[in-house]
Write a protein that binds this ligand. Structure first.
Ligand code: ATP
Ligand code: MG
Length: 757
């Protein structure tokens, strides 16, 4: 087929560009991913480049798979073999496995990749070992600090300790690294860090890969971080053929170190790069595009982009303000059900997007209640399940006996009389003898009571450990003797009697067993590839990878996970201040700009219809709080919106709110953006009328605040917290409290029943 067919002029120019550097900068839906895909096909078919010499980086494994099969459609089967096509993480893992035998890396090629849970559990252990107060230094925040450092290529040796906090981070960082090495493990950030170090510091390794990759291509370039950028630069250093596509306005991974200024860096590092702009959008209607543009135009320091569509005006965006979050979910169900039952739409046409994972629960419940199937995107649903993690831990132990995170997870699963105390004795014995726990287990398994550890651990504990050690040894033997992955899997299930353990006759038990069965099915798919690849793929699974294409059902996903995807109809839920934009962004301009980009990404996923939803009142964590409408709603011209908010709610608003003027004197949390007041939403905002099932007991107007910043308080379900801010609004004292258990919360003092402690 003509590889330039169905491309516009700029698109063809990019696809057929000569060697050198190319930067395609263009808005959503303008065909950037299409161009990248065609470019790979073009390189192979028209420019005679061998697939082996091509490296293409996508943002998710799913995107890589789709790109691969698209190229095969274009070129015919088997024309792509040898190409390196995958995410940064998977490409790094591949390089590191090849190079780990060389002695240049602190782990061997059997290394395991620890997932987010494993990483935090190591931090937790380190905190305990170092006697650090985990109330003041939360494990997740220490982990984030370490991850941040790694993304900026700052190792333990270079980590600054300029203040107390940094000193703590440094001490934890140091031990965390030790623990990873002792486990022959790497975390996600290590994959990049070590690859970049290897390329930067070992000229012959760099040369090998740089020579190999004659062409380097990258999708979603705006979301690369510093380390990724460095890696690309090294890999392209021999041939200097690098082709990147991206859109600064869609950069939404700042929290993972992404830096859209890499686009500027690219232009500076490659002054001869050709820059191609794409201006036609093929995805969305004009209304969708106009609304999206109105939102993103408010971000400063950006290059305005022209984007037109030939798809026509299309229908207005629908706005719905629900009295509470259940009504918000019910609205979604109704809208979808109506269209599906009339045959106007299919399940897969819809996507429901939210800012935080926690919001999905109620939406899921609504789908379940209505008996409607849905696809929940997110590794949590499957890979986060206890039973799935158990089995993976057994497999990881077989693969890498040094993996103590997995060992501690399953050493007593199902219960085999190995208590926490025994485990700790085992670990300290191992440390003392400069051995791995796995070695001691193996020794006990082999020698029984003749083992020199037997008495140290006590007979009863030793017997239990010896049994476990024998079991592990048998599994390893099975694998070493050429046993297949499925046979290992089944052997583990039989030996541990896992099914009896998990399937206890309850609904939940059945559900759990089904998950194990699903994992087993996956293991069968990998029988050709073996345990290494199976584990690697499990470790690098990303949210989008959990979308099952075959299911014809609405997709539920976070805005972050929606990147690069498209749907006929998109619901964006939770358009409340504090949620979207997220409360974390209210006091930081850069964060606020990123929230706006996130909203922009959401809107631009839609081909035909966008629904913007919010809820006047929300009880995310079991206590209710009023929400103001998201400031982003104000940016969309009214002419593009059609409101479907219930009448009752509007009437109440009128009575509870005596005029829009007062709005201006009200302040939102943090620093509200100074914007021309546009009234229809503003008038809605801040209504404190409530029509739900739990009437509010209003107390007499408060004038003085009862709570003061820095006071310690305690809440019935959230435990202790610190008051950060307190102010009087509408006669209510409104508090911002940071709870150790759930983080920042906004509360109405008269309802929250806080105790001062
Ligand atoms: P995003 O920024 O959201 O990742 P993108 O720029 O990568 O978007 P694509 O996903 O490549 O855009 O394209 C958007 C849609 O437009 C796809 O369905 C694609 O098939 C279609 N498309 C792109 N170019 C053309 C074209 N020249 N003719 C017809 N359809 C096109
Ligand atoms: Mg794309």
């Amino acid at each position: 087929m003509d590889l330039l067919e169905n491309l516009n002029r700029q698109q063809s120019e990019a696809v057929s560009a000569g060697p050198g550097q190319t930067l395609v900068l263009a808005g959503p839906g303008s065909g950037k991913t299409r161009v990248l895909t065609r470019r790979i096909a073009y390189l192979i078919d028209q420019m005679g480049v061998r697939p082996y010499n091509i490296l293409a980086v996508t943002f998710t494994n799913k995107a890589a798979r789709e790109m691969g099969s698209r190229i095969e459609d274009l070129l015919g089967p088997n024309r792509l073999s040898g190409v390196w096509l995958g995410t940064f993480h998977s490409i790094c893992a591949r390089i590191l496995r090849r190079e780990a035998g060389s002695g240049l890396l602190p782990f061997d090629s059997n290394f395991v990749i620890f997932d987010a849970d494993d990483q935090v559990s190591i931090v937790r252990q380190v905190i305990k070992d170092l006697n650090i107060n985990d109330k003041i230094h939360r494990p997740t925040s220490l982990h984030a600090a370490i991850s941040d450092a790694k993304n900026n290529m700052i190792g333990v040796k270079d980590y600054p300790a300029r203040n107390y906090r940094e000193e703590v981070v440094l001490r934890v960082y140091e031990q965390y690294e030790k623990a990873l090495r002792a486990n022959n493990a790497v975390d996600f950030d290590d994959l990049l860090l070590w690859t970049v170090r290897l390329l930067a510091e070992t000229p012959q390794v760099r040369e090998t890969y740089a020579r190999k990759f004659e062409h380097v291509l990258v999708d979603e370039f705006q979301d690369t971080n510093m380390a990724q950028y460095e890696m690309l630069r090294h890999l392209a250093s021999a041939h200097q053929n690098i082709f990147v596509v991206g859109d600064e306005d869609q950069s939404i991974y700042r929290w993972r170190g992404a830096d859209y200024r890499n686009v500027l860096r690219f232009e500076k590092d490659y002054p001869g790069a050709r820059k191609i702009l794409l201006e036609q959008n093929y995805r969305s209607t004009q209304s969708v595009l106009d609304a999206a543009r109105a939102v993103i135009d408010r971000n400063r320091h950006r290059t305005p982009k022209r984007l037109f569509t030939e798809r026509g005006a299309g229908s207005k965006l629908i706005y719905y303000e629900a009295p509470d979050e259940r009504a918000e979910a019910a609205y979604i169900i109704d809208a979808i059900r109506n269209q599906m039952s009339s045959g106007a739409a299919k399940g897969r046409d819809f996507a429901v997007m939210y800012r935080t994972n926690a919001q999905s629960r109620l939406i899921e419940e609504a789908f379940l209640h209505a008996g409607m199937p849905y696809r929940l995107v997110g590794a949590q649903r499957f890979y986060g399940r206890r039973e799935v993690k158990d089995i993976i831990a057994f497999l990881r132990l077989v693969h890498n006996p040094a993996d103590e995170v997995s060992l501690s997870r399953v050493i007593n699963v199902p219960p085999r009389a190995i208590g926490a105390k025994t485990y700790e004795t085992l670990i300290s014995l191992a440390r003392g003898a400069d051995q791995k726990a796995a070695d001691i287990l193996a020794d006990l398994g082999r020698s029984g009571s003749a083992s020199l550890y037997w008495d140290k651990l006590g007979g009863r504990a030793s017997a239990a450990l010896a049994n476990f050690g024998m079991m592990l040894a048998a599994w390893r033997a099975l694998l070493v003797n050429g046993g297949s992955l499925p046979s290992l899997f089944d052997r583990i299930l039989t030996d541990t009697r896992y099914r009896e353990y998990i399937e206890d006759g309850s609904e939940e038990g059945r559900d759990r067993w089904e998950n194990v069965d699903e994992l087993r099915r996956l293991a069968f798919e990998y029988s050709e590839h073996g345990l290494d690849e199976f584990l690697e793929n499990l470790a690098l699974v990303s949210d989008q990878d959990t979308i099952r294409e075959s299911d014809d059902a609405p997709t539920l996903l976070t805005l972050h996970a929606a990147k690069g995807l498209e749907f006929n109809q998109v619901f964006i839920t939770g358009l409340d201040e504090g949620l979207l934009p997220h409360s974390r962004s209210l006091e930081d301009d850069e964060e606020m700009a990123e929230e706006r980009r996130l909203f922009y990404v959401g809107i631009t996923r839609a081909k035909n219809q966008v629904y913007l939803l919010r809820s006047e009142q929300r009880s995310l964590y079991g206590s209710f709080a009023y929400q103001d409408a998201s400031r982003f709603l104000n940016d969309i011209p009214e002419s593009l919106l059609q409101s479907q908010s219930p009448r009752a709610s509007r009437a109440q608003r009128a009575s509870a709110w005596d005029g829009a003027d007062r709005w201006d004197s009200r302040s939102t949390w943090g620093q509200p953006e100074k914007e021309a007041s546009r009234q229809s939403y503003r008038a809605n905002v801040g209504s404190r009328a409530y029509s739900g099932p739990q009437p509010i007991q209003r107390s007499a107007p408060v004038i003085e605040t009862q709570y003061k910043p820095m006071m310690r308080v305690s809440h019935n379900s959230w435990g202790e917290g610190i008051v950060l801010e307190s102010k009087v609004e509408d006669g209510d004292e409104i508090l911002k409290v940071h709870f150790e258990s759930v983080g920042m919360k906004q509360l109405v003092a008269s309802l929250a029943k806080l105790k001062i402690i």
